[in-house]
Design a binder for this molecule. Sequence first.
Ligand SMILES: *Cc1c(COP(=O)(O)O)cnc(C)c1O
Length: 429
Amino acid sequence: MNTCHMYEQLGISKEILNYAAAIEESLADRFFEIDATAEYNQLKVIHGMQKCRVSDTHFAATTGYGYNDAGRDTLEEVYAQVFHGESALVRPQLISGTHALHIALSANLRPGDQLLSPVGKPYDTLEEVIGIRDSVGSLKEYGVSYRQVDLLENGDFDFEGIRKAINEKTKLVTIQRSKGYQTRPTLSVARIGQLISFVKEIKPDVICMVDNCYGEFVERTEPLDAGADMMVGSLIKNPGGGLAPIGGYIVGRADCIERAAARLSAPGLGKEVGASLGLNQSFFQGLFLAPTVVAGALKGAVFAANLYERLGFSVVPDSTESRHDIIQAITFGKPEGVIAFCEGIQAAAPVDSYVTPEPWDMPGYDAPVIMAAGAFIQGASIELSADGPMKPPYAVYFQGGLTWYHAKLGILKSLQKVWEAGLVKLPVM
Ligand SMILES: *Cc1c(COP(=O)(O)O)cnc(C)c1O
């Protein structure tokens, strides 16, 4: 049986397949480079696991308080080792990326302190954590103020603005690596390093935290290598490798992590408690698989950028740019495009392929959001998923794919739907 026939069975027309085949062929060098990074990162993870003497006894479940959970403690050592931090907090009790960021921020800020974002508006769910939008329990309610310096029109850091914004109250600087729901470029680890050096030159004792969501294993280095004091992320994104069913991580300077642990559990308890409930094996194995899973997702993102850019859509990153996260934004300019794209991603899923996604008012977001995901783990965006807030510029944010082949099918199916909706003309091949 041939592969084209299988694609046709899955609803992909010959026209789409022909166009996509030409695009894929042109990407051999990019894919080679992505695989080389995955190889490096795979070795980095294995080296970390060997150094920490990971053993199958670490996969045993603990319950209750979770005292002496050797698996949990070793997993945290492995994260610290792999990402080059002094200490780590990696827990199923960190419910999500937002929760991990909330813990890292609220643990390391005190009343009267100021939080600074020198890279513009943070991810939507952080607005209520910080109190940019009023919310019960926000940092603002606890007397932590917030300042923001936007990126310049051309995407550069506003160094002058940042210098002026840093004052005696500035305690913590939050740097979001990924673009989130914005069309600004994602920051490379090198650029993050440049920003951190600049900030530390002005105020050496300021804590620099990086929201590393979607960035893990995309490059060979991570933000801690570039001088960050803490980096934070979600286990249902890159580092969970698709296997972690929940969780978040905070890695970095020992004192920052100690404060985070005290905030997550309780002062005096810190890292000593927190049962792992049998999840350790998924966390270890997910981390082990993460470099190759991220590579598959990256290939999908590069493929989508090339496929849609040549059809005249604006894509961020563009077809040739180097990658610093796994997210691909495609701007359709109208709601129908966002909806058709998401319908295609949904229809290509192994789970829930028969449901039709619709925009809804999600908690934490200020406009209805349409989400497509047929995931094994609810909301896991390392799995093939797409989402778009229903507001101008009507861009869809696409990410993930546990395998390149699934990512490819999803993208083809999205184009099929966009094409069938009459929103695009295919080039004559
Ligand atoms: C996903 C994400 C978050 C929030 O993580 P959740 O797990 O969805 O709560 C925060 N920041 C960025 C940049 C993200 O991509």
